[in-house]
Design a protein around this ligand. Structure first.
Ligand code: HEC
Length: 115
């Protein structure tokens, strides 16, 4: 493991783009399971222009939006300014809206810059 400024300060390690770390908390644990099942197909590998989980620079302007906007983009689908497309529910219509929101919250939590 590479030790950056956060090491030894008790904070979580810096996110690594493309890696989906286990996070504590029931909601985040459920979100990670859903994320691994559907969302990681694109967001772990940058498929179709998807922003990588843990890529803090790519996520900062997205996280700056209201959480409700991020949730709606993931549930209803979204075409970004560069023409890259987030399919509704990641192309998995069997997911409930609540499951998609939990997966979004997990990906956001895993893509925050270290405090
Ligand atoms: C087929 C590939 C693919 C899958 C599967 C996928 N995504 Fe995405 N996602 C994308 C792409 C591409 C973008 C970037 C769209 C853009 O901003 O141009 C994106 C963007 C997003 C965004 C940012 C939206 C914004 O407003 O900036 C969120 C949140 C998101 N995805 C959540 C999810 C969740 C949750 C899942 C699983 C349920 C998922 N994605 C599955 C391709 C995918």
């Amino acid at each position: 493991m590479v030790c950056l400024a956060a090491c030894g300060e008790g904070g979580p390690p810096a996110p690594v783009p493309g890696e989906a770390p286990p996070l504590t908390g029931e909601r985040l644990e459920q979100g990670r399971e859903i994320w691994l099942g559907t969302c990681g197909n694109c967001h772990a590998r940058g498929v179709a222009g998807a922003p990588l989980i843990g890529d803090t620079a790519a996520w900062a302007p997205r996280i700056a939006q209201e959480p409700a906007v991020l949730h709606a983009h993931a549930i209803d689908g979204y075409v970004g300014p560069d023409g890259t497309m987030m399919p509704a529910k990641g192309g998995n219509p069997s997911l409930t809206d609540a499951q998609v929101r939990a997966a979004v919250d997990y990906m956001v939590a895993a893509s925050q810059p270290p405090q």
